[in-house]
Design a binder for this molecule. Structure first.
Ligand code: ADP
Length: 558
């Protein structure tokens, strides 16, 4: 009845209000709907973002497992790390996939425990197994995540520790290597300083003096060999070792090595034999002569070092290969102490054997074979060893038989006759700041020159050259205070292009030869200066008719 009392106007007003409310409600509903859409889109975006993140993240392997160990999720990094594709892994049990035999029981128990407690096991370092059977070290973290509608899932996040481990290993080996180097250098140093001290004694017989001097000399050579090895290894590692491919006669090289080592082998009471299987006219190959020399020399030296009785044989055979190319197979065979099978690989590795506790070598830094291997590979070959402990070892290496010429004329590398009278005409300037080196060069050349001048710095050298335009030869040290030999040579060349300048350098690194020639030197000789080598070099410039004799054994680092 109340309604009956309402006027039409009032009824219309109420209706309008109701309509308004309805509109407001509709607007609110629409706004709510819009917001829900936005939130849902956000959720989808967020879900996609995390899905892609887990799926594609590099180097972090994410796996999801049911709490019975069945694989549910396997991201791309897991595929890369363990070698199983997601398709192969999903559905398989974790324990059968990547867990090594010795851990299977433990992992099964851990999964059961996690299923009971709902708590993940603590993160830890693990050694797991790849599809190919190899091992990989990972740092593994775990989480149990409740997926609505699916129940709890175990997530494992594994980070590959291989690189970190390698870096640690490399650091450890380098420290071991340095400690070994220090020992290797101290030992010959001990010989040099100790016997030099003994030489001071007045009561020595002539024979004793000679013996001590010989020991000092041997210790010096040993130390130089170690330094050369270190330099070679650094060059190889830095990729600075260059090849000089020329035509070489392998029979001549083998003959030379045979003749060179024969007295040493026979002195040890061993039999020594060489088998060249090609006639000398056909024994030409294109290779780096010095490297081949170093390879053979090192293998023969090792054979001598590690053999106390029996024989040493070396040589080569020509082998057919599955391809068109024939190859030479060189071998060095001994009846020495032999090498345990598990060390066959290690002995060729740089730094490795210097770290070995049961090292049988009492001399040498354990670098020889790694350099040898690097050289063989640079020359296109391969090296391997066959050995039995107590019976002996045979080292084999191959080289491509890359020759197209036959019937060559054979030229023997003979040392030229050093004609000392020839040098008597020379006026020589020695540029050297180090007192002992200066004295040594002076003693080496003073019998062969007409006049010897000396300078201690680059500036003094330039001045001596200006005041003595008739100087024939300058022996220029490259590292000096005030002005170094490179700069002094450049300046001397501005007013004297005739004088022969031979650089002497001590660092043995960084392309010495190229650097000195670029500065204007005619040639280069590394320190410590070898008398024959220096005389030969001088003769090269002051007697055109002579052969340039490369004293290969002296050049060789082994
Ligand atoms: P080292 O200076 O120690 O001789 P190498 O690199 O030449 O270094 O050789 C590495 C190791 O290989 C040696 O320490 C030695 O144990 C082993 N070895 C090399 N050659 C022979 C050989 N002919 N007989 C037995 N052992 C050898």
């Amino acid at each position: 009845m109340i309604e009956m009392d309402k006027s039409n106007e009032e009824l219309i007003k109420e209706l309008q209000e109701l309509r308004h409310e309805n509109r407001v409600l509709k607007a609110l509903y629409e706004k709510d709907l819009q917001e829900r859409h936005l939130i849902e889109a956000d959720l989808r975006q967020s879900e996609a973002r995390f899905r892609h993140l887990f799926q594609d993240i590099e180097n972090i392997s994410v796996q999801g497992y049911c709490l019975d160990g069945t694989t549910q999720y396997w991201n791309r990094a897991s595929e890369k790390l363990y070698g199983y594709s997601a398709r192969e892994a999903i559905g398989q049990n974790l324990v059968d996939l990547i867990i090594p035999l010795e851990m299977k029981e433990l992992v099964k128990e851990s999964i059961q425990e996690m299923a009971l407690t709902g708590q993940p096991i603590p993160a830890s370092e693990l050694s797991l197994v790849r599809k190919d059977g190899s091992r990989v070290s990972v740092f593994s973290s775990h989480a149990i995540v409740n997926i609505p509608g699916q129940g709890p899932e175990l997530f494992c996040i594994d980070m590959d520790l291989t690189k970190l481990k390698q870096a640690e290993e490399s650091d450890r080996l380098k420290s071991a290597f340095l400690a070994n180097m220090s020992h290797e250098i101290r030992t010959p140093m001990n010989g040099i300083l100790g016997f030099a001290d003994l030489l001071k004694s007045q009561q020595l017989t002539g024979d004793q003096q000679q013996e001590y001097i010989q020991i000092i000399e041997q210790s010096g050579v040993r130390m130089l060999n170690i330094l050369n090895d270190i330099i070679d290894i650094s060059r190889i590692e830095a990729g600075h070792m260059k090849l000089e491919i020329i035509e070489s006669n392998i029979n001549e090289q083998c003959d030379y090595i045979y003749t060179f080592f024969k007295p040493e082998v026979e002195e040890k009471g061993l039999k020594f034999s060489l088998k060249n299987s090609l006639p000398t006219q056909e024994a030409f190959i294109n290779t780096d002569r010095e490297k081949l020399f170093a390879i053979l020399t090192n293998l023969v030296k090792n054979a001598i070092k590690y053999t106390q009785a029996g024989s040493i044989e070396f040589g080569y055979i020509l082998k057919d290969t599955p391809t068109q190319l024939k190859e030479l197979q060189f071998y060095v065979k001994d009846t020495g102490i032999g090498i345990p099978k598990d060390r066959f690989e290690a002995i060729f590795k740089r730094f490795i054997q210097s770290d070995m506790d049961n090292k049988m070598a009492h001399q040498g830094a354990g670098l020889g074979l790694s350099i040898t291997k690097a050289y063989v590979e640079m020359l296109g070959g391969q090296i391997e060893v066959e050995s039995k402990e107590g019976i002996g070892s045979t080292f084999y290496f191959t080289l491509p038989y890359n020759t197209n010429q036959t019937n060559k004329t054979i030229q023997k590398d003979l040392p030229p006759e050093i004609n000392e009278n020839l040098f008597k005409k020379l006026k020589i300037l020695i540029v050297e700041d180090d007192k002992i080196s200066k004295m040594l060069i002076d003693l080496t050349v003073n019998k062969i020159g007409r006049e010897i001048l000396k300078a201690g710095t680059g500036l003094e050298a330039i001045e001596a050259c200006r005041n003595n335009p008739d100087i024939d030869l300058i022996l220029m040290d490259m590292q000096m205070p005030e002005m170094n030999g490179y700069e002094a040579t450049r300046q001397i060349r501005q007013f004297n292009s005739e004088v022969i300048i031979i650089a002497q350098t001590a660092n043995g690194l960084n392309n010495d030869r190229e650097k000195t020639i670029a500065a204007g030197c005619n040639d280069y000789i590394p320190k410590p200066i070898n008398k024959t080598e220096l005389h030969t070099l001088i003769q090269k410039y002051f007697n055109n008719s002579c052969n340039y004799y490369e004293s290969a054994i002296q050049h060789s680092n082994f």
